[in-house]
Design a protein around this ligand. Structure first.
Ligand code: 2DT
Length: 212
């Protein structure tokens, strides 16, 4: 019998919903229960493409909007061989942002439609589970100020949230909405439950292709 593959698990959500903290806690919990797991994040700022994106986000450079959208997508595609290899080896990948952020952020800009924004990411490894950490703007504000990077304003984040809501209507993706207003442990418990279910349900199934 072929060995079991790892699951591809993505966390998405608005600013300050706790995605990074929760990704780390999930990886730790999976590892402690004897399940191989690793964290990834997009953009991956360590590659040559990632460095262009990072300079753009830090406002050290300007890039044309279509161009930067395609760079974000290219940054995912360049990691696909590594992702597939790890999943094949039985390692579950816990990913902080993915193509959904790509589409939500660009389509929140004037002149972009959801369909154009999705195209470059069609065919990427399809997540077995995408958890959206839901937090209303008032609660997010209690968690501190926005940072200084590009996109970190309340007006832009509001349109990003609306785009995420449109994406979540797509039944071809296994979305779960998580109430991120709970305390860290409560959110973690929900995330762990959904993740264990996804790992068990998909370990003998082939990896899918996103939006195909
Ligand atoms: P963080 O590194 O703090 O998560 O911020 N983004 C992300 C896009 O515009 N397109 C994408 O494809 C991805 C993955 C979201 C990264 C910022 O970059 C935005 C916030």
């Amino acid at each position: 019998m072929a060995s079991k593959r790892g699951a591809l698990i993505v966390l998405e959500g608005v600013d300050r919903a706790g995605k990074t903290t929760q990704c780390k806690k999930l990886v730790q919990a999976l590892q402690q229960s004897g399940r191989p797991a690793e964290m990834m994040r997009f953009p991956d700022r360590s590659t040559t493409i990632g460095q262009l994106i990072s300079a753009y986000l830090e406002k050290k450079s300007d890039l044309e909007d279509h161009t930067v959208h395609l760079l974000f997508s290219a940054n995912r595609w360049e990691l696909v061989p590594v992702m597939k290899k790890k999943l094949d080896q039985g390692i579950t990948l816990v990913v902080d942002r993915y193509a959904f952020s790509g589409v939500a952020f660009t389509s929140a800009k004037p002149g972009f439609c959801l369909d154009w924004c999705k195209r470059p990411d069609v065919g990427l490894p399809k997540p077995d589970l995408v958890m959206f950490l839901q937090l209303n703007p008032a609660e997010a504000a209690l968690r501190g100020q926005f940072g200084n990077e590009r996109y970190e304003t309340s007006a832009f984040q509001k349109s990003v949230q609306e785009k995420f809501e449109q994406l979540m209507k797509d039944p071809s993706v296994n979305w779960k909405i998580i109430d991120a207003s709970q305390n860290v442990e409560g959110v973690h418990a929900d995330i762990r439950t959904h993740s264990l279910n996804a790992i068990n349900e998909t370990q003998n199934m082939p990896l899918g292709e996103l939006w195909k």
